[in-house]
Design a protein around this ligand. Sequence first.
Ligand code: DQA
Length: 139
Amino acid sequence: MKKLMIINGPNLNLLGKREPEIYGSLSFTEFLDEVKNKYKNVSISHFQSNIEGELIDKLHEVGFEYDGIILNAAAYTHTSVGIGDAVAAIQTPVVEVHISNTFDREEFRHQSYVAPHTKGVIVGFGLQSYELAIQSFLG
Ligand code: DQA
């Protein structure tokens, strides 16, 4: 069974409540339950933190063991050399995801310190971005 880990960065614990016009009204737990139900032959774990160093620690912890990491580093995507370096340092392939189309938003969201070290980037499909990332690790 493939082992995938979803890592969510700051403020994503508020999904469903936070700016629903941008991020939708479904909580991540509700979404994850649906996805786990749909992909029963895949082990899908989830970790969320608002703290940069905890995200880096989690990347180190799973990055030599899991088959794939789906990373939404949220605002840290645009600021964190440390998270970019962590993604470069580990062996597990990482797919970067964003719920909103970051290229259709403020210019500071166009920059990613993570993307150059990833297998690929999925942007702007709402929570479906995560499902597309899961599919990218299957087959
Ligand atoms: C986000 C986009 C980021 O720019 C923002 O800071 C987030 C969420 C997204 O999933 O659309 O917190 O990563």
